[in-house]
Design a protein around this ligand. Structure first.
Ligand SMILES: [Zn+2]
Length: 280
């Protein structure tokens, strides 16, 4: 059965693989390339303008609507990198980034907001107002957090509590002894012993929940079936942030707590809050 070009109607060769004739195929590809180049130029222009003005106009947002999501995330990242190249993110820069994020429904995960932007919001608030931002804490599907009088929440994220526990690692130094035949089929074994039990202090998971930093305490609001942990700020002897969590030492307790936190940005924020609250 004869096939015809979908665009110009010209009869196609018998074994044509596409739906367009050669000429239409060529002009179609040229048109695609032209659109691609135009979109790329638009992105480039928007990037330069936004970086220069530290603002995003409605008109720019309207034009950018033609871009695909990955290009927009890429644009956000390029602008972020420029804004942040001085290791600061000013309020107007944060606002511009948020406009882009909102206009194109980019999620916090898409733009790594918690890691890249949120810490600067905290830093700026501390600088400008001498205080930490407060958040309205809502835990989905969980029991409500009971706050004390005058207590406000500054930051929260899920965490796993690990505590140092003595664990048995089994026997060490045991020996199988030597065995030798004393009669056909019977072997005699000498010198076998089990060695000594080896124990070691190790971090063992003891609870899970939402770790909350308030103006009064560090509090692990436990998930169902887990235990809570509350450390008043004035009982914190020392703490240290690692990229996978925070180690906290509490007055009157020899062994530290380790609060494992998945998100790198969250550790930074807990550290920022603790630093500010403990007057460092
Ligand atoms: Zn054609």
């Amino acid at each position: 059965m004869a096939k015809f070009c979908q665009k110009c109607g010209k009869k196609l060769p018998l074994f044509a693989s596409g739906v367009l004739c050669r000429d239409c195929e060529i002009s179609y590809k040229a048109e695609l390339a032209r659109i691609e180049a135009e979109l790329a130029a638009q992105l480039d222009k928007a990037e330069k303008e936004i970086i220069a003005t530290k603002d995003v106009t409605e008109q720019q947002l309207e034009l950018l609507k033609k871009q695909d999501k990955n290009s927009l995330i890429n644009l956000y990242s390029k602008i972020y990198d420029q804004f942040e190249s001085d290791k600061e993110l000013e309020e107007e820069e944060i606002n511009a980034l948020q406009k882009i994020q909102e206009a194109f429904n980019l999620t916090n995960e898409d733009v790594k907001f918690d890691e890249r932007v949120r810490p600067y919001i905290y830093v700026n608030t501390i600088r400008k107002e001498g205080t930490l931002p407060t958040v309205d804490l809502q835990i989905e599907g969980g029991t409500p957090v009971v706050l004390k009088k005058g207590e406000v929440v500054h930051f929260a994220d899920t965490a796993v509590l690990k505590e140092l526990k003595s664990v048995s690692l089994g026997y060490s130094g045991g020996s199988n002894g030597i065995s030798f035949p004393i009669a056909k089929g019977i072997r005699y074994r000498v010198g076998a012993h089990r060695g000594h039990v080896v124990k070691e202090d190790r971090f063992v998971e003891t609870s899970q929940g939402v770790l909350i930093i308030t103006n009064q305490r560090l509090f692990l609001h436990p998930f169902a079936g887990h235990k809570p942990l509350s450390i008043p700020l004035n009982k914190i002897l020392s703490y240290q942030c690692f990229n996978n969590g925070i180690e906290v030492y509490k007055e009157g307790r020899e062994k530290g707590y380790f609060l494992a936190i998945d998100k790198a940005g969250s550790v930074e924020l807990f550290g920022l809050c603790l630093g500010h609250l403990l007057g460092q």
